[in-house]
Every structure is written in C-alpha cells, then in structure tokens.
Write a protein that binds this ligand. Structure first.
Ligand code: ADP
Ligand code: MG
Length: 457
C-alpha cells in the first residue's frame, strides 16, 4: 500500500525539500507516526535502525517552527556527537527550502567557546548530547523557554550511556506545554518509564517484528586466539566486502587489529572512544567516501552511527550480549539487500555462540577459514581522500572544490567523489588513479585563486 508524503499536509517548503531529496514514499515508521506528529500529539516509537526516524521527527518539528522567532523552538537530544551531527545535517537538508532556518549543534568533544558564541546568535533548533546541553543550561547560555518540541532520539542508547538524570534535568527547563517525541530501537522497561514520565498520552508506534527482519547470512568460524589476526585477513581476502566494519570488544583490540591488517597490506581505520574527535570525524569521512573499506570499531564508537549499506559486519570477537550482537549485524542488510555477518569464535567464546544458537532455534552455520590466497591490493579502496585546510569559515563550498579540480584541462567529474566541508577543513574523495594529479593541481593552482594546504590521507 503506497504511503506518499504528498498525502501529509506539510508546508510547501518541506514538500519541496522532500522532492529534492527524492523521498516520495514514507517508510513504515513515518507513515505510522507522521499523521499524529503533525497534529501535535506525543509519540513514542520503536523502529529498527535505518527505518527513517529522523525524517519522521524532523518534519514534525520543522512544520511547527516560526522562523521569524529566532529562539530555540525544538530540542533534539541524541546519545553521541556523531549521531547528533548526522541528525543536524538531515534537519538542515529537510529545511533547505526554508530561508534562514538555523540548526545549532551542541555536543561534547569540541571547545565550549565557539559553541557559546554561536548560542549568542540564537537558532531555531538545537540538536545536542544531554551532557553538553545540560552544561549550557547551567551556564545560562541556552534558554529553552520557547521550546515547543522535545525529541529523544535513540532513547535506549541514551539511557544505556547513563544520561537519564541529565535528560530529566534538561526537561525541567522546558515549558510544560510541549510536544514530546521519543524514538528507540528497543523498548525495555526503562524506556516505558521515562516515556510515561515525560510524555502525555503518547501514541505508541511499533514497527518491525519477524516479518521485516533483515535477511542476513551469518557464518561462524572457529579459530584459536593467536590465529585471529591472520583469520581476519583471510576472511577479508576471501569475501572482499566493498565496505565492512570489524567489531572488537575492547579499544586495545581495535588498535591491534588495525595494526595487524596494516601488516597484511589491508588499509583499515580505527574508531574508538580514545581517538580524538577531529580524527574520528576524519575516519568517518574517509569511510563514507569510500577511501577506506574496513573500519575497525568498538561498540560505543559505532553506536547510533548511520553507517549504511555495509557489505559485511565482522565480529572479531562475539559480544557478551545477544542484543549487542543483533545491533552490530543489523548494520549490514539495510535497505532490503541481503547482508553478511562473519564471526570469529575462539573455543572460550563457544558458550556465547551456543546462546546465539539457542535464540535462533536452528544450528549456526560453521565454516572453515580458507588460507589467504588473494592479493592485498584487491583490498585497496577505490578512492583516496585529500584534506584541504580550509572550510566553511573560509567560505569554501563543495562547488569551489569541484570547480578547482575539474576546471580547464582538469579531472573528469567522475574522478571526484564525495566532498565534505567542515568549519575549518574540507575533504574530497578522488579516484585512486587520479589522486596524484588532483593533489598537484590543487597545490599548484589553489582554489578560487587562493593558495590552500592539501594533504593526501
Ligand atoms: P533511523 O534513525 O531510523 O536509524 P535514519 O533516519 O538515519 O534512520 O534514516 C536512514 C536513511 O534513510 C537515511 O539515509 C535517510 O536519509 C533515508 N530515508 C529516510 N526516510 C526516507 C524515505 N521516506 N525515502 C527514502 N529514504 C529515506
Ligand atoms: Mg536515527
């Protein structure tokens, strides 16, 4: 049954953005929640990752905004900085056709000073992590007196991360007359409780269940602990996933695995909580623009990230908890495609495998690892990233970078991939074979007549 956005009474600007984004049909969670959301009703919704929750609450909060009132009118709380950043970006895309609409990002991991400065300029929507938002309220730098919509995104993760008290504290600064929207991938008891306390007679929406379970090809490989690094390299050489995340249970393992893969000639990047924020951003840019095909991550670092369409998820070690296992492998097989989950299991981890088998109710698929025969260069990513030390504050726009690369006798447009512009830096993905030429060109000619520092990552 089709559920087009056109059936929802939204302002023309939002319909225009949806059209630009190519969103025509609503996803199930959008179809089930949007009609209630736009009437102003509170909603508590459970839906799996990748089901389009951001657009559901984004349209809801944007359609209620009064652009002439430059005060925060919507507050979106997210568990991590990366997730908040992704939500802010999606909101900006949805609001692209609304002139002068400001979305402010308030998260930890970056200096307080610039955030305090942007707060003085005011905005319409605040997206942030509970810790930093709470801090800004305490400093009296953020007034939430005009907030009409409160969104708790990935509420289960926020509670897991110990943000319950911060959330309750923040909510005390909000007007009592407001709309509350709570989104969560799971519905444990704590979520019901906080939903009951913070929302008023919410509409309950549950999407998912057996019928929509993604199809994932799960395979298990028994391997001695000392053989794991070689086994991982062999699996990557055998399956050659176009993009994969290797999950480790500890930060130590993340670093060790990246090093071992490097020794085996496989480019991999690490993502864990000890890595500086700016470097984490860079890692995500390189992974998303396809200049790195293997990301080695801890659960916390990967939490809530919109890393989509993974060809494979590899568990370097089985997680201690079956929910974490499901959460990890749920990142492959998005958007209907069949996914691949590969699991390395030592004899000591066998009880965890047995638990998964008992839950699945059918035997696990065990396979032997074929020794690596494939050559490492097969695993080089298609693209290479160039970092440019200039960004939004230098008035750099993606079109400027594309123009500098492709202008007279430059690269063909097809050689240029994703372009990401941050406040003080920009990144551009270049087809591997053209990377040298692109680097030379930018160094020799600059961008918009200005010299820029460029590095190949
Ligand atoms: P969730 O928060 O439920 O995990 P997201 O909001 O991150 O999911 O959405 C997942 C992806 O689906 C995003 O890339 C988003 O742009 C895309 N998307 C959302 N709604 C639609 C739609 N109606 N049609 C097409 N793509 C959509
Ligand atoms: Mg989401």
């Amino acid at each position: 049954m089709p559920n087009p956005f056109s059936a929802i009474p939204l302002p023309p600007a939002l319909h225009a953005s949806l059209e630009t984004l190519g969103y025509v049909e609503m996803t199930p969670v959008q179809a089930a929640s949007l009609p209630a959301i736009i009437t102003g009703r509170d909603v508590i919704a459970q839906a799996p990752t990748g089901s389009g929750k951001t657009v559901a609450f984004g349209l809801g909060l944007l359609h209620r905004l009064d652009v002439t009132l430059v005060k925060p009118q919507a507050l979106v709380l997210c568990p991590t900085r990366e997730l908040a950043d992704q939500v802010a970006k999606e909101l900006r895309r949805l609001a692209a056709a609304i002139p002068n609409l400001k979305v402010l990002l308030l998260t930890g991991g970056v200096a307080l000073g610039p955030q305090l400065a942007s707060l003085r300029k005011d905005s319409h929507v605040v997206v942030g992590t509970p810790g930093r938002v709470q801090e800004m309220i305490k400093k009296q730098a953020l007034s939430l007196a005009k907030v009409k919509t409160l969104v708790l995104d990935e509420a289960d993760r926020m509670l897991d991360m110990g943000f319950e008290e911060a959330i309750r504290d923040i909510v005390r600064s909000l007007p009592p007359k407001r709309q509350g929207l709570l989104f969560s991938a799971t519905f444990p008891e704590e979520i019901r409780r906080i939903g009951h306390d913070l929302l008023r007679e919410p509409l309950e929406v549950t999407i998912g269940g057996a019928a929509e379970k993604p199809e994932i090809d799960e395979r298990f490989f028994e391997v001695e602990l000392a053989r794991k690094p070689a086994a991982l390299a062999a699996l990557l050489a055998q399956y050659k996933p176009e993009s994969s995340v290797v999950f480790c249970n500890t930060r130590r393992d993340v670093d060790d695995v990246v090093e071992a893969l490097g020794d085996a000639g496989i480019d991999a990047l690490a993502l864990h909580g000890d890595i500086e924020q700016r470097d984490r951003d860079e890692v995500l840019v390189r992974f998303a623009n396809r200049s790195c095909s293997v990301l080695v991550a801890s659960d916390v670092a990967a939490r809530g990230l919109d890393i989509k369409d993974l060809a494979a998820v590899i568990n370097y070690e089985l997680p201690p908890d079956k929910d974490i296992y499901q959460h990890r492998i749920g990142r492959t097989a998005r958007a209907g495609a069949k996914g691949l989950a590969l699991n390395l299991v030592t004899p000591r981890e066998m009880p965890r495998a047995n638990t998964l088998e008992a839950l699945a109710g059918s035997p696990l698929c065990w396979e032997a690892i074929r020794p690596a025969g494939g050559k490492a260069e097969n695993l080089h990513a298609a693209m290479v990233t160039l970092r440019i030390d200039a960004g939004r504050t230098d008035k750099m726009r993606p079109g400027d970078i594309l123009g500098a690369l492709t202008g007279d006798a430059g690269l063909v447009a097809a050689a240029v991939g994703k372009i990401d512009v941050f406040p003080t830096r920009s990144y551009v993905a270049i087809r591997r074979a053209d990377a040298g030429k692109a680097l030379e060109r930018l160094r020799a000619r600059g961008i918009k007549g200005r010299k820029v520092r460029v590095a190949r990552l």
